[in-house]
Design a binder for this molecule. Structure first.
Ligand SMILES: C[S@@+](CC[C@H](N)C(=O)[O-])C[C@H]1O[C@@H](n2cnc3c(N)ncnc32)[C@H](O)[C@@H]1O
Length: 407
């Protein structure tokens, strides 16, 4: 069911501006396709792409199900002005916040996992490479007393593990005594990012990519299959190397970011009618197990994984209720005329279209539905958009529901 691009009608003139922009978008060579199945306006195009300008290196901290920096940037550039508040209630590694800060907006973020604040916070402030080097020279690597956890020897050479425990002990002590500063936080963030991975740039022996640590048992099997044992790694050198990469373009100007840790539907610290734009993606049903994936990172940061309330829903109705609670809170804090770009991936082989559940969840809230955007590289294959032969394994194309807070 394809419609003429001029044929769609919207109630608000501001809404029309953004929808016009989507309809006319042709930056990557093709005009958008407009469809309106079941009265929901869809725009399908390659709105952002790998061929686009390289995003800042500051993003290069891996996290499960993070989105490309070009996604939040698309909305930040078009729907906000410098100084506006840009928010992500499920911030993960902080992709939206970093783009907001780099664009001169004020980033605001929240996530129920404290790890998220540890990963995002340090990259939202200016930091000096020399200060990192000086601090690393002060840290008593390898000399810290706590006994090595035998289990972790499947990942680390015994001396690397001693160094790692030295670093962990130092950081947790500084935190407990209130001495932890921005330099410590930066080192903690980089170390967490280097804990495990599949190259010599990580502290561990070869394992899965860094955003999902396998269990000890599984790593023992990987070691056996590959006939490998953990090599000695130089932790301070690897931390400096990664810091240089992250700060290649000079880092972040002081973005005055505010970060919270808690459920997305309870953010009383954020004032009514204050947010210009939210760009976010919630956990998609039970696709990613953030707790299991992050066990080693949480260990290093001294976070008890079991205490982290990460939403995980198997049934679509339960997920929709959770989305409704989150949207209710977003409707409270978004300023009239402000926007919400709510991204959901493709799940269950495209058999469930999560955007439909998001739209149903917003019923009777003071939010106007503007459109659903589908960012798809090979977007001429529209049948794919409706789940006919979608990616069964992942969430390769982005499906984004755009709301505007009613005036
Ligand atoms: C899809 S990820 C977001 C990734 C993010 N867009 C990025 O680029 O890094 C979803 C995040 O939601 C968080 N989360 C899960 N349940 C939550 C809840 N009820 N409230 C707030 N955050 C939650 C998870 O910890 C995870 O970081």
């Amino acid at each position: 069911m394809r419609m003429n691009q001029q044929a769609f009608q919207f109630q608000h003139s501001e809404s029309l501006d953004f929808c016009d922009l989507l309809a006319e978008f042709d930056q990557f060579g093709s005009r958008s396709i407009f469809e309106k199945p079941g009265d929901i306006p869809y725009f399908i195009n390659e709105f952002w792409t790998a061929r686009q300008r390289q995003a800042s290196n500051l993003h290069e901290v891996s996290y499960r199900a993070c989105f490309k920096p070009q996604l939040p940037r698309f909305f930040i550039d078009r729907l906000t002005e410098p100084g506006d508040l840009v928010y992500d209630p499920f911030m993960g590694r902080g992709t939206t916040l970093i783009e907001a800060g780099l664009a001169g907006r004020v980033p605001l973020g929240n996530d129920s996992n404290p790890l998220s604040r540890i990963l995002a916070g340090p990259r939202l402030k200016p930091i000096d490479l020399t200060a990192i080097q000086v601090r690393l020279a002060e840290i008593p690597f390898g000399q810290f007393p706590p006994p090595a956890s035998e289990e972790l020897l499947v990942f680390y050479h015994p001396e690397t593990l001693a160094d790692l425990q030295g670093l962990r002990g130092w950081l947790l002590d500084r935190q407990a005594s209130g001495q932890m500063d921005d330099v410590d936080r930066w080192i903690q963030m980089v170390a967490i990012n280097r804990l495990t991975g599949h190259s010599s740039g990580f502290f561990s022996v070869y394992t899965l990519p860094p955003n999902q640590a396998v269990s000890v048992k599984r790593q023992a099997i990987i070691n056996q299959k590959r006939n490998q044992s953990p090599p000695r790694r130089d932790i301070p050198t690897l931390i400096m190397k990664k810091s240089r990469q992250l700060l290649k373009e000079g880092g972040m100007p002081d973005a005055k970011a505010r970060l919270y840790c808690g459920p997305a539907d309870q953010t009383r610290q954020i004032a009514d009618d204050s947010i210009a734009l939210t760009v976010t993606s919630p956990p998609f049903l039970d696709v990613v197990d953030y707790q299991a994936d992050n066990w080693l990172r949480c260990w290093f940061a001294g976070i008890e994984v079991e205490t982290v309330a990460i939403s995980h829903y198997k049934k679509l109705e339960d997920w929709q209720d959770f989305v409704r609670r989150s949207l209710t809170e977003l409707a409270r804090i978004t300023r009239p005329g402000g926007h919400i770009a709510f991204e959901v991936g493709e799940v269950r082989g495209g058999k469930i279209l999560l955007e439909e559940a998001v739209i149903a969840a917003a019923q009777n809230l003071p939010l106007d539905l503007l459109a659903v955007m589908i960012n798809q590289q090979d977007f001429t294959k529209t049948a794919n958009c409706w789940g006919v032969s979608n990616n069964s394994k992942g969430t390769n194309s982005n499906r984004i529901v755009i709301f505007r807070k009613s005036n």
